[in-house]
Design a protein around this ligand. Structure first.
Ligand code: AKB
Length: 316
């Protein structure tokens, strides 16, 4: 990776991935791009307006900056994709297809973030294996499975170096996620610090895998840096860091904020999405093929989130 384009760079993962990549690869070698213009100056590096459903705009950014690697993050998340399935198909699949086409033409590598959403109710729910049944029941999941297959196809048919991971819910404090089912695990920290109270839209015992942002950034970068010879899968690696329910996360937060109260007002749509996803993932393929190992667990993530968010919200 020498010249990198990040799509969806103003989103939850993109805004932090751009910073991490610029630290490793140089500010001028990482081009942030999004379909929105940044509100203020977006750091010091280059920014390009790119709508991923527009082949010409992707092609032009890749040509202009001589891009050799694309981190394609632009996509609708699960809850909003369920509200607007036609838009989700257009953005998630149309965007990935065009990115892969430009990568084929320009010999660029592609990172594609899949998700626990690529699994469905007929998938073994506990310690879900790397290779297993994938029959998701959401539009988000349909686009993630189809995206995984399309990446494999472009790798085999056209030798595009397409790689990726299946992310669990991502917890972070810089930019809030927009329209995901696991967003509660971010919202809870803001509300705990501001109001000592959070009303959760998932049931107290909804068990899902999660990951703190620093680990998610490492996963994305490390899979792209991995020795291709050692990769048997290459694309859609299960990765995980911790496993929790809303109730367990609230209990962990209460160790720092003893008067924190959680109650529940369940949103049927997001609960159904969460119930269709695995309880936990087996990430042994990522561990053995490219040395994946998370750093943060629920205790260290919670302590760090509360510290960083208190500072951000001027509550320290
Ligand atoms: C979502 O909730 O939609 C995402 C995901 C798990 O892919 N955070």
């Amino acid at each position: 990776m020498k010249k990198i384009l990040v799509t969806g760079a103003l989103g939850q993962i993109g805004s932090e991935l751009v910073v991490a990549l610029r630290q490793g690869y140089g500010v001028d070698n990482v081009v942030a791009s999004d379909v929105k213009m940044p509100a203020a100056r977006h750091g010091d590096g280059p920014f390009a307006y790119v709508d991923c459903t527009n082949l010409g705009q992707i092609r032009e950014a890749v040509r202009r900056y001589e891009i050799d690697t694309i981190f394609h993050l632009a996509a609708l998340l699960s809850a909003v994709a369920e509200e607007r399935p036609q838009v989700a198909w257009n953005v998630n699949m149309g965007g990935l297809y065009r990115v892969l086409e430009v990568a084929r033409e320009s010999r660029a590598a592609v990172f594609f973030p899949s998700s626990i959403g690529a699994f469905g109710p007929s998938t073994p729910p506990d310690s879900t294996p790397q290779d297993t049944t994938q029959r998701p029941t959401t539009m988000y999941g349909v686009t993630k499975v189809a995206g995984e297959l399309l990446c494999d196809y472009y790798a085999q048919r056209f030798r595009v170096d397409a790689r990726g991971v299946r992310f669990p819910g991502i917890i972070s404090h810089v930019v809030v996620p927009g329209g995901g089912t696991t967003d509660y695990a971010v919202d809870i920290f803001y509300q705990a610090l501001r109001y000592r109270h959070y009303t959760c839209f998932l049931e107290p015992d909804t068990r899902l895998d999660m990951m703190y942002m620093p680990d998610a950034l490492r996963a994305a970068i490390e899979v792209m840096e991995a020795d291709a010879e050692k990769l048997a899968h290459r694309n859609a690696f299960n990765v995980t860091a911790m496993n929790l329910t809303p109730d367990e996360l609230a209990a962990e937060i209460r160790k720092h904020i003893p008067d924190f109260v959680i109650d529940y007002d369940v949103d049927a749509v997001r609960q159904a999405i969460a119930d269709s996803w695995p309880n936990s993932l087996d990430d042994s393929a990522a561990r053995s093929e490219w040395g994946w190992s998370p750093t943060y667990d629920i205790e260290t993530m919670t302590a760090d989130m509360l510290e960083k968010l208190s500072r951000k919200l001027h509550l320290d």
